[in-house]
Design a binder for this molecule. Structure first.
Ligand code: NAP
Length: 528
């Protein structure tokens, strides 16, 4: 596939004109061809109009047709895996093995959503039969199911150039729901985005989807991205990135004459609580697991553990000694983009400047014409000092973590109660400790979307039960997830049909259940 550097609009492409940017190799600073040109406002309008006109037909297609489309995208990505991995490796400096894993994850997600819509029960079909004899008023026939919301704008993430990018979880779940998608690609992997975008374009053609179900518009977020968010035909937004970026989109969407939801996954420090008996039993093993988690992918994961709350004392010293040795032996890694590296440097400088915070691990951050590299940072402070400086709760995106030594269980609980919304929270505990720390578990359950015991938060399984969300500011909407099959719920709304004749009902709501899906009929879950 020859890269052309143009936005993809329906089945075509935007003319190559005007200003734009080229991708850079983070590990060497080398400029990669071609130059990408930014979409114009006419391009945005053309893509949105195509999406709007495709919506009705696409949303009404039999689920098997949309499933075929998702599977064709997965097949296309697999067939071109080598070239995609090669380009993504150049653009992000992520290791090829990790990117190959991401290909598997991306295709797995697409197939998960294909099987979800083929099975059909996700439609949440409900039927309450009429009772004309009811007094004082007859009961109407009331039926409902989930229907797609309309065209969706997806801002792809920097840190998952495949699994949360052009054909990633947001796109897969929106297409599965029946919503056309317009992607605003991340500038950190322009060429990878084009490769995957063209595979989707091809899948639209080969599976006979209406033109406009997919477009890809290059350009700055504040210009092209905002134009999408403000466009009246766009009905929802998916986003992964910074709190500032997510918040800007949320505010713009809320300020529209017709506000729309923005599903923004923004960031989290993913606290890890160490309880005394577990720490005494396996301080060194916890240090090993924690080190692997905090340095994975140069710390560029939303689930990176940025905070450890641990009882002050000899076992914490054992944990810290083991962790410090491991960190000292870990080389600096290339970060995804120059601005992420710059923010990392600024974040660790801020932490180092807070009174009462001691820097344990020496950090190297090198930014020059040959690339941007960062090493791990480790800070320690007391529970009281942490509580006195709320900014120590800010995410430092990268391989950095803060150890908070608490003087008592009560102080550990106070720290938990002071936390903002989180994607995850982890407890290392013996089974007996877990049984006696209900208040801590409760405090974390209120504040996090996923609780883990004796593990580490990086590595988010893509499955039906996964919840990758959390109260604000971890996400804009803690009731939804961006990973796992429930992600489809972001892009649908319930539609209720009252007193419709059988012939006018969609198959999902007809008597006899022609789709053989699970439905709630007069209060009973049944396939009958
Ligand atoms: P970002 O700066 O939030 O950018 C993400 C996307 O949003 C980009 O496409 C960007 O467009 C767009 N955008 C940002 N601000 C915007 C605004 N005010 N209006 C409209 N669009 C806007 O995130 P990033 O580039 O991935 O990394 C920066 C920081 O984000 C990191 O240091 C980290 O703190 C955080 N981050 C968090 C996660 C997570 O999983 N929660 C993942 C990655 C990064 P442009 O093309 O103009 O840049």
């Amino acid at each position: 596939m020859q890269l052309e550097g143009c936005s993809l609009i329906g089945a075509g492409k935007a003319p190559h004109r005007g200003k734009g940017a080229s991708a850079l190799e983070p590990a060497t600073g080398t400029v990669l061809k071609p130059e990408y040109c930014w979409a114009s406002h006419e391009d945005v309008e053309a893509a949105v109009q195509l999406a709007e006109s495709a919506f009705e037909k696409f949303g009404a297609l039999p689920p098997a047709r949309r499933a075929e489309f998702l599977k064709a995208i997965a097949q296309g990505i697999e067939s071109n895996a080598a070239v995609i991995v090669e380009r993504a490796h150049q653009e992000t400096a992520l290791p090829q093995a990790r990117l190959t894993g991401e290909i598997g994850r991306t295709c797995g997600q697409l197939r998960l959503f294909a099987s979800l819509i083929e099975e059909g029960s996700w439609l949440d079909a409900r039927i309450d039969h009429a009772d004309p004899a009811r007094t004082p008023v007859p009961k109407p026939d009331v039926r409902s199911m989930l229907v797609p919301v309309g065209p969706v704008a997806v801002f792809s993430s920097s840190n998952f150039p495949l699994a949360f990018s052009v054909a990633g979880g947001d796109t897969a779940s929106a297409l599965a729901a029946g919503c056309p998608v317009i992607v605003k690609p991340h500038q950190g992997h322009l060429g990878t985005s084009e490769l995957v975008g063209r595979i989707i374009q091809q899948a639209v053609k080969t599976t006979g989807m209406p033109e406009g179900v997919f477009s890809l518009l290059y350009g700055p977020g504040r210009d092209v991205g905002m134009a999408l968010v403000k466009h009246p035909a766009i009905k929802a937004v998916g986003f992964t990135g910074s709190r500032a970026g997510g918040r800007a989109l949320m505010d713009a969407a809320a300020a529209r004459p017709d506000p729309i939801p923005v599903y923004a996954e923004m960031g989290s420090i993913n606290p890890v609580f160490l309880l005394p008996a577990a720490l005494a039993e396996r301080a060194e093993a916890i240090a090993t697991g924690f080190h692997a988690s905090v340095t994975l992918g140069v710390g560029q994961f939303c689930t990176n553990p940025g905070l450890v709350v641990t009882p002050a004392g000899a076992d914490t010293e054992r944990f810290l000694a083991a962790l410090t040795l491991l960190l000292a032996a870990t080389p600096a890694g290339a970060m995804l983009t120059a601005s992420i590296c710059e923010e990392y440097r600024a974040g660790i400088e801020r932490f180092a400047g807070v009174p009462g915070v001691k820097q344990v691990a020496k950090v190297t951050v090198e930014q020059n014409s040959a690339g941007h590299f960062a090493g791990a940072a480790l800070f320690r402070t007391t529970g009281a000092n942490f509580l006195a400086h709320p900014h120590l709760m800010d995410e430092v995106f990268g391989p950095s973590s803060l150890i908070v030594e608490v003087a008592s269980e009560a102080e550990a609980l106070q720290v938990a109660q002071a936390l903002e919304g989180q994607l995850t929270a982890t407890i290392h505990a013996t089974e007996a400790e877990l049984g006696t720390h209900h208040a801590l578990v409760e405090a974390l359950a209120i504040r996090a979307g996923r609780l883990l015991v004796n593990g580490f938060p990086t590595g988010v399984e893509v499955c039906h039960a996964m919840h990758h969300g959390g109260p604000y500011p971890a996400t804009s909407e803690g009731r939804t997830t961006s990973v796992g099959s429930r992600a489809i719920e972001r892009f649908v709304r319930p539609l209720c049909l009252q007193n419709f004749p059988q012939s006018a009902l969609p198959d999902a709501l007809k008597e006899g259940n022609p789709l053989k899906i699970m439905r709630l009929v007069d209060g009973q879950l049944t396939r009958e």
